[in-house]
Ligand binder design. Structure first.
Ligand SMILES: [Zn+2]
Length: 66
């Protein structure tokens, strides 16, 4: 039996927060609460610089025996 677990978190907006090799070379402000950098704002994120991410991943219940 496989069930799905939903995870939501806040992440930097890929449209306006550009990291180079994971480095914050453009000096975006760090959001300690969301644990991500805040981009300069664009249409995609509603000018907040951050985006709400949702990810659903399957959990195979048999794997809990490992
Ligand atoms: Zn954006």
């Amino acid at each position: 039996m496989t069930r799905y677990v939903k995870a939501t978190w806040t992440d930097s907006c890929p449209g306006c927060c550009e990291l180079v090799d994971g480095q914050n070379v453009n000096g975006y402000p760090w959001d300690a609460k969301a644990k991500c950098y805040v981009g300069s704002g664009c249409k995609e994120c509603g000018y907040t610089g951050k985006r709400r991410r949702t990810f659903q991943y399957p959990v195979d219940e048999q794997e809990q025996d490992r």
